[in-house]
Design a protein. Structure first.
Length: 169
């Protein structure tokens, strides 16, 4: 009596092709996994667009929406947009130049006030009292087609306010 198994009926050629097929499948799955891992890695490495938020260019709005003598806070951009009495624009970083606390605008005092150690800054961000050592940092103001934009990518340090820091239309 002879018993035959299914394997007995498979020729060496078809066993070979099955082995090759399995190898090919495994290689394809491996390649797919590598591609997926690479794609996820590239997504993390790609610079994130910071348009409209701190670290990028923030569109503040039309020039005419900021009356002379006004101060407007942009929390997402971490700055205050100052429009001086003569119409010039200045964007000041809300970070105190002492130890980095966030200053707030006090309309009653007409000053920026640091809650941490009590430094005050005038309506142009100039230093009024220590321990903060200098005026609030500024950001580049760009006026294009009647629209005010602020580039928050690089704070610019200054010792004190100078009229050359104001940007006009
Ligand atoms: S952090 Fe503003 S005065 Fe110290």
């Amino acid at each position: 009596m002879t018993t035959s198994t299914r394997m007995d009926s498979i020729s060496p050629d078809s066993q070979m092709s099955r082995r090759n097929f399995l190898k090919l499948g495994a290689a394809a799955l491996g390649a797919l996994a590598v591609l997926e891992i690479s794609a996820v890695g590239l997504m993390f490495l790609q610079p994130r667009s910071l348009e409209g938020e701190f670290g990028g260019v923030v569109t503040a709005g039309p020039v005419n929406s900021f009356p002379p003598g006004s101060i407007t806070e942009f929390p997402a951009g971490r700055f205050f947009l100052i429009r001086a009495d003569d119409g010039g624009f200045l964007a000041v970083y809300r970070r105190c130049t002492h130890l980095g606390c966030s200053v707030s605008w006090d309309p009653g005092l007409n000053q920026f006030v640091c809650p941490c150690h009590g430094s005050h800054f005038d309506e142009l961000g100039d230093i009024l009292n220590p321990p903060a050592p200098r005026a609030l940092d500024t950001f580049l103001v760009i006026i294009e087609d009647g629209v005010v934009k602020v580039d928050t990518s690089k704070p610019r340090t200054r010792e004190e306010f100078e009229s050359s820091q104001l940007v006009y239309t």
